[in-house]
Ligand binder design. Structure first.
Ligand code: SF4
Ligand code: SF4
Length: 472
């Protein structure tokens, strides 16, 4: 890539959005248009519809997705994951991380350019509103430099009001993924003082979203996003990314009388790819951490190639080796290694998911309690039961001591053991046994759990009795 560096040796020493004094350089990207931008609009509309629509979808009365980190309640695809299922969630998260790594190793930052909410909201929502109100890059630059007039004030106020309204919408949607749409309805329909925490959360989220999309913008991808920071580790020479074909483009030169000079490459150094870039970089310098693979430069350059009658694709999706050697390899040893790990993790997660029990039950003897002598030569022990019903049906639980027909179970308090659908029950009960059945200090018991006559599970526990007791 020697030729590639001859025009800008220093580009890695600084970032394009900060000047030598450390001051922010505001990026005014040119309004994008073209084949890739049109595809991205379609993808963005679909993803925005999913993002805003999903909180309203319910499966068996459950939200389709709920990430209630405060109450440790997680619902994915309508399935309720309890704290007892966290090992499955942990495996699923590790699997997702490996998938992201593998995907990035092969396809670069496709996620950033096409599906990341930050890019979609920034480029497809907020930036489009800005173009609509303030015009393209040149007009925006002019407007910002111009003195304050009524026209400028109206434009700026309208833009920021719309930004705040959209930020409110995003924050409400965001909160609905945490508290659920029903709780959100309660929060928004009541007065702020009735749901102060919810109201404050909404205002804080709105403020953050507004600040990010109105002011902070591309700095999220450049300086904050950890995924962006990891690109240097993930990307290799075979990773596919938005690339400038330097073999075809160099040495770049200007058009002379509408024609490219004979000894020059196809790049006419028009800088339109740079002007289109929302992170302010020149992709001709090579793959850079700032590049979010948004394809704006691809479209811009394709327009130029069309105008000068050259084939499209001077900037395109390609790998470094694909351009340098003319052959792209996808199944490199690194990719095969990651794939093998991913297959193992997917298998493990899937088998855990499919063998996940619909109930969780624990029976423990109440600590610190001795056995109790009862009339009629009987002994009792006190137990705690915790029962989690992960199904969507109510369960009427029945307990029985296996192998000891004379043993009885007496619930403390209420008579029946009812567990609501997707609910949890904690109860206390006595097991009472005939003295003659107790052979040693600790007798192992099997407790049979059933619901509506149907066997559910067998749990082992211990029954403590007098050490001197012997079978008669
Ligand atoms: S848009 Fe294309 S031709 Fe123009 S400077 Fe960029 S790479 Fe060169
Ligand atoms: S270099 Fe091209 S693909 Fe990368 S961020 Fe800039 S415009 Fe988007």
């Amino acid at each position: 890539m020697e030729d590639l560096y001859q025009y800008d040796h220093e580009y890695r020493d600084s970032i394009a959005t900060v000047d030598e004094q450390g001051k922010r350089i505001w990026v005014y990207p040119k309004k994008p248009s073209g084949k890739f931008h049109n595809y991205r609009i379609v993808v963005s509309i679909v993803l925005l519809a999913v993002l805003f629509g999903m909180p309203f979808i319910k499966v068996n009365g459950n939200p389709f997705m709920l990430i209630d980190v405060f109450n440790l309640k997680f619902i994915l695809f309508g399935i309720h994951f309890w704290p007892q299922d966290f090992h499955i969630l942990a495996f699923a998260m590790i699997t997702m991380v490996v998938f992201i790594v593998l995907f990035t190793v092969v396809f670069g930052r496709v996620w950033c350019g096409w599906t990341c909410p930050q890019t979609i909201f920034m480029e497809m929502v907020f930036r489009k509103i800005e173009y609509w109100i303030e015009g393209d890059a040149t007009k925006q630059r002019k407007l910002n430099k111009a003195p304050w007039t009524t026209k400028k004030a109206i434009k700026k106020t309208t833009k920021h009001l719309i930004f705040i309204i959209i930020s409110l919408l995003i924050s409400h949607t965001f909160l609905s993924y945490i508290v659920g749409i029903d709780k959100l309805r309660v929060i928004v329909s009541g007065s702020p003082t009735e749901n102060l925490v919810g109201f404050i959360a909404l205002m804080v989220f709105t403020g953050i979203f507004y600040y990010v999309f109105a002011f902070f913008r591309e700095q999220v991808c450049i300086a904050v996003c950890p995924y962006g920071r990891l690109q240097g580790v993930f990307l290799g020479n075979d990773s596919i990314a938005v690339m400038y074909d330097w073999l075809r483009g160099e040495k770049r030169g200007r058009l002379k009388k509408g024609k490219i000079e004979e000894d020059k490459g196809d790049c006419i150094d028009c800088h339109l790819c740079v002007h289109a870039c929302p992170t302010g970089i020149d992709i001709r310098n090579g793959t850079q951490l700032e590049c979010v693979n948004c394809t704006a430069c691809v479209d811009a350059c394709d327009h130029v190639m069309d105008k000068i009658n050259k084939p499209r694709g001077l900037i395109k999706y390609a790998s470094y080796n694909g351009i340098k050697e003319g052959n792209s390899r996808i199944f490199t040893p690194r990719v095969m290694g990651y794939s093998a790990v991913l297959i193992l993790l997917v298998t493990a997660t899937a088998s855990m998911l499919f063998t996940r029990s619909d109930i969780e039950a624990t029976i423990l003897k109440v600590p610190g309690q001795l056995y109790q002598e009862q009339p009629n030569d009987r002994i009792s022990n006190l137990y705690n039961i915790q029962f989690i019903n992960k199904t969507t049906e109510d369960i009427k639980l029945d307990l029985k001591v296996k192998d000891y027909p004379d043993a009885t179970i007496k619930r403390v308090g209420e008579e029946s053991l009812d567990v609501k659908a997707e609910g949890q029950m904690d109860a206390v009960f006595f097991i009472e046994m005939e003295k003659k059945d107790i052979q040693k200090m600790k007798t192992s018991l099997q407790i049979e759990l059933s619901a509506d006559g149907e066997f559910i599970e067998e749990i082992q526990t211990n029954f403590v009795g007098p050490a001197t007791s012997r079978r008669k």
